[in-house]
Design a protein around this ligand. Structure first.
Ligand code: FPP
Length: 274
């Protein structure tokens, strides 16, 4: 698949259609195609805070620190695309105060961290819908994306107001008449979420002890290796990322093919056959 530059026109009226902002930096240089795409469902902020007798807001602030640590660690550890699930379309159902806290944290993150991203060759994209975000956040997103468009070391994608099922529906609407194959469809999907490029997820990490995908990158994770850790997101750091990557490198990925060295037939899950 080639870098698409996010410039193809969307079908009018699509809830997740690309905004005009996507045409601002159509010629961005490609991120390495050889590196890994790691996606993270950052879970456990609330429970982490509760265990310390603190508010959920306290947990989300600590979560923002973990985002900083993890972005830095990911760039150092050779990740080429990092997709973070920060706010799902279903999170609008949380109490207003919590939603406002999260949106304010994203805006601050974009404003403050952008300098660090620029210095480290990190290109930023916010994936998901834009039209329901506060105007000031929309502006910050546009500014951060335009300023970081030249970054080639790592593509950092932060999902805000994101739903994989809505994205698949929007891409399907866009591609309905074109009879698209998988690659075309993946590119349409990347476009409708403002994603920057169509790339399958290699490793999907979920913190916080739950073992589910929560409507995150469902199409792109078709052959992702799934890594679940009980570590709460605010405690996650570069060592945890390194552990997940080491586990990933030990996996034999078959993509529906056959094992190169199949296990002996007489054992299933380590137990002899009856
Ligand atoms: C899940 O924890 C986490 C979220 C819904 C929000 C993720 C947000 C951050 C990590 C904050 C900052 C992010 C950026 C990009 C600056 P939860 O609240 O559902 O935890 P719980 O399951 O323990 O209640």
């Amino acid at each position: 698949m080639e870098w698409t530059g996010c410039v193809a026109p969307a079908k009018k009226g699509s809830a997740m259609s690309p905004s005009a902002q996507d045409g601002v930096h159509p010629g961005s240089p490609p991120i390495s195609r050889n590196g890994l795409h790691v996606a993270i469902i950052m879970d456990g902020n609330g429970r982490w805070a509760h265990a310390r007798g603190k508010s959920r807001t306290f947990g989300h602030r600590a979560g923002a620190q973990a985002v900083r640590r993890t972005v830095k660690a990911a760039a150092r550890q050779g990740v080429s695309v990092l997709s973070l699930h920060a706010f799902s379309a279903d999170n609008w159902g949380r109490p207003r105060e919590e939603v406002d806290t999260l949106l304010a944290l994203f805006e601050k993150y974009l404003r403050v961290e952008m300098r660090r991203c620029l210095g480290n060759g990190i290109r930023l994209r916010v994936i998901g819908r834009r039209d329901r975000l506060p105007g000031s956040l929309q502006l910050e997103v546009a500014r951060a994306e335009a300023r970081s468009a030249g970054g080639t070391r790592m593509l950092l994608r932060i999902a805000v107001d994101y739903s994989a099922r809505d994205a698949i529906l929007a891409a399907a609407r866009e591609r309905r008449e074109a009879g698209a194959g998988r690659e075309d469809f993946a590119e349409a999907l990347a476009r409708v979420i403002h994603g920057g490029e169509a790339r399958d997820v290699d490793l999907l990490i979920r913190t916080g002890g739950e073992r589910r995908l929560s409507d995150f990158l469902l199409w792109e994770s078709a052959y992702a290796e799934l890594y679940f850790t009980d570590r709460a997101w605010p405690d996650f750091d570069g060592d945890d990322l390194a552990a997940a990557l080491a586990w990933f490198r030990g996996r034999e990925r078959r993509f529906g093919g056959l094992l190169k060295t199949p296990p002996p037939f007489e054992t299933v899950a380590g137990k002899p056959l009856p």
